[in-house]
Design a protein around this ligand. Structure first.
Ligand code: AMP
Length: 210
């Protein structure tokens, strides 16, 4: 677990590649559906583009399906799931149904300024290419270039425009922080400092997984 920009996906990928674990990233599954133009992808996009969560029943159905494709003996890193209280209850049932057990919940913590600068690193003006950083140098009017009045937005993911990034952080606090509290009350949470370089964080995670 961790807020957008905490490095969940990158780090999960590292452990999947080096340890042979399976990666179950709901964000990635939605993006794959989107690029393949499936009905699920089109539906997901309408929520992702606003920085909102995809409805629980859709997300849970997709995870249920994906779980059937992973051999029972393989360890899974869930990345970005569960993100809401109902998804947390669903995960408990899904794991029980498939004879699996939740070993730990790793919570990656990164100061807000660092999240904003990581997420905002690629924000540029579409017209004159002026680069902005939300943390260090945001445009005076959100989404509008100071220099030429052009549209300032992320260049890769459509959910990485400045307003949407702030919305995603807000949604995380509202809907996902309670999930961490729930797992905390069960004593399952391992907190990891997610700030600094990728290799620093990988080393801390390796210790948390030990
Ligand atoms: P991520 O790549 O994990 O940051 O996810 C990108 C976007 O996909 C999120 O901002 C949500 O719109 C959607 N998404 C990913 N995982 C979930 C989930 N577990 N529940 C609802 N929406 C999700």
């Amino acid at each position: 677990m961790g807020p957008p920009g905490s490095g969940k996906g990158t780090q999960a990928q590292h452990f999947v590649e080096t340890r042979g674990w399976s990666h179950l990233s709901t964000g990635e599954l939605f993006r794959t559906n989107l690029s393949q133009g499936t009905a699920l992808g089109t539906l997901a996009r309408s929520f992702m583009d606003k920085g909102s969560y995809v409805p629980d029943e859709v997300t849970i159905g997709m995870v249920r399906e994906r779980l059937t494709q992973i051999p029972r003996a393989t360890r899974i890193i869930f990345d970005g799931f569960p993100r809401t209280v109902p998804q947390t209850a669903a995960l408990t049932s899904l794991l029980a149904e498939s004879g699996r057990r939740l070993e730990a919940v790793v919570l990656m913590e990164v100061p807000r300024e660092q999240l904003l600068s990581r997420l905002g690193a690629r924000v540029t003006c579409a017209a004159c290419q002026t680069v902005y950083s939300l943390a260090v140098r945001p445009p005076k009017v959100p989404g509008v270039c100071d220099r030429c009045g052009g549209v300032v937005a992320g260049t890769t993911r459509s959910d990485e425009s400045p307003e949407i990034i702030l919305r995603r952080l807000e949604v995380y606090e509202e809907q996902t922080a309670p999930v961490a509290s729930h797992y905390d009350s069960l004593g399952l949470v391992r907190r990891v400092d997610g700030s600094g370089t990728m290799s620093d964080v990988t080393a801390r995670l390796a210790a948390a997984f030990a």
